[in-house]
Design a protein around this ligand. Structure first.
Ligand code: HAM
Length: 427
């Protein structure tokens, strides 16, 4: 019986693994140059952890199960709750600010589609304990720094930035009750993914004023913070939230990535815990799902029983990123650093097998990579095998060994061959 792979999962054969490593290595390098240190947590947690504050969308997508002890558990769909739990556990011992990164493997029972799978890798960076919006700007900067290092320009990707705090005060200013906000956020977040009529219909179910709905629709189309004051009356709270967001843009300008960034009131984010700046990076054409998303979440640690400590961060998955890199021709063999071999040993006859095995062990013990053919096939065939393994050099073990105790060492690129003494080789 053949058992297929599970829907929404991927098998990483060596070529796919090379792509994954390329992406993950780049994430780690970007984290380190931006001053983050690595952490990780378990791949499953108590189910309740995701029910506290992640929001209905994530809860509906959980892979959850009961273990043999009757505990209700879930495979992690994100790492932010784990991070909050871990930081809370050692809150007094950890020097702040905390700047941590992680590359967890996550599972969400989403409907598999282009750029969204049921198992994926997600780069996370988070700054905990910094109230200044400079930390928000840094999180956006770090994600753009990575994308820019891959060769993606501001013509290829855009960071769409907004503020939950600003949105909340504006919505309340135009007549939305505070306790209605949480219901409205997921609808506003869907705006760019659904037809305009559907969006209005969804709003009509929650709001019974045509005028308020019309104002919301107009607000969702603003693309500069400067246009907000002309659209709505700003009270002190709204002005303060607007100033804060303008400061994020000012920092990003100073960091040299202003051309990647723009205001977009339609960015609300699906997760429930965001409290301040929120952002997503999208392909400029707007063809694909979000490349990454994040924002400020100042209440999550206290919601998890810890002290009130501010936090901001983002997550970037590997799926949309890979699609975009392929579209832009940025996943070349060269960038993928195809695995190479220092030496391949070709053996010209069964009588040389013992010498070849000893030589192979000596090369590996010297810290160099070495492989060989299990069969003493024709030399040409073995050379082809050496080529397919990207060997830099091929050692031919044959009659030269019996005649003069020498090995033939062939440079696979130039084709040049030299004879080296078998006893002194690598000694
Ligand atoms: P999120 O928006 O749920 O945020 O996910 C962030 C990114 O993870 C998405 O933009 C996408 O690249 C990737 N992603 C999400 N779901 C899938 C999926 N099913 N398949 C492939 N990729 C996916 C969070 O997870 C937050 N915890 C991020 C965060 C960290 N906020 C603050 N700190």
């Amino acid at each position: 019986m053949k058992i297929p792979s599970v829907k929404g999962t991927r098998d990483f054969y060596p070529p796919q693994m090379a792509v994954r490593n390329f992406i993950v290595d780049g994430w780690k390098a970007a984290s380190i140059r931006n001053g983050f240190v690595e952490y990780d947590g378990p791949i499953f947690e108590y189910l309740q952890m995701y029910q506290i504050k992640s929001g209905d969308e994530i809860v509906e997508q959980l892979f959850n199960f009961e273990d043999r002890g009757g505990r209700l558990l879930a495979i992690r769909p994100e790492i932010t709750p784990t991070l909050a739990r871990m930081v809370n556990q050692q809150i007094n011992a950890l020097p702040r600010p905390i700047r941590w990164f992680s590359v967890p493997r996550l599972c969400r029972a989403e409907r598999p589609q282009k750029g969204r799978l049921r198992e994926f890798f997600q780069w996370n960076i988070d700054i905990i304990g910094v109230e200044d919006v400079l930390a928000d700007a840094e999180v956006v900067y770090c994600s753009l720094d990575y994308l820019r290092s891959l060769g993606l320009s501001s013509k290829d990707v855009k960071a769409k930035i907004s503020s939950r705090r600003l949105l909340a005060v504006i919505l309340m200013n135009i007549g939305i009750a505070k306790d209605k906000l949480e219901t409205l956020y997921p609808i506003l977040d869907k705006k760019s993914k659904i037809p305009d009529e559907t969006f209005v219909e969804m709003l009509q179910k929650e709001i019974n004023s045509a005028q308020i709905i019309q104002t919301i629709v107009k607000l969702m189309d603003i693309h500069s913070v400067d246009n907000i004051p002309s659209m709505v009356d700003l009270n002190d709270d709204a002005q303060a939230a607007l100033n804060e967001l303008s400061q994020v843009f000012a920092y990003l300008e100073k960091m040299g990535v202003g051309d990647y960034c723009r205001f977009d009131m339609g960015i609300v984010r699906g997760l429930a815990y965001y409290t301040g700046m929120v952002f997503e990076v999208h392909d400029a054409v707007g063809q694909l799902r979000a490349i990454c998303g994040g924002g400020r979440y100042d209440s999550l640690l206290s919601d998890f029983g810890g002290p009130k400590v501010t936090a901001t961060g983002m997550g970037m998955g590997d799926c949309v990123l890979e699609i975009l890199l392929r579209q832009k021709g940025l996943l070349t063999d060269e960038s993928l650093k195809v695995q190479t071999l220092d030496y391949f040993i070709a053996c010209t006859g069964a009588e040389f097998v013992d010498d070849a095995v000893a030589l192979m062990a000596r090369i590996r013990a010297a810290g160099l990579s070495c492989n060989y053919s299990y069969k003493t096939a024709a030399l040409g065939k073995q050379m082809k095998q050496a080529d397919s393994m990207n060997a830099a050099k091929c050692i031919i073990v044959g009659q030269e060994l019996t005649q003069s105790n020498q090995l033939v060492v062939k440079d696979m690129k130039s084709g040049e061959q030299e004879l080296v003494d078998a006893d002194t080789f690598l000694r």
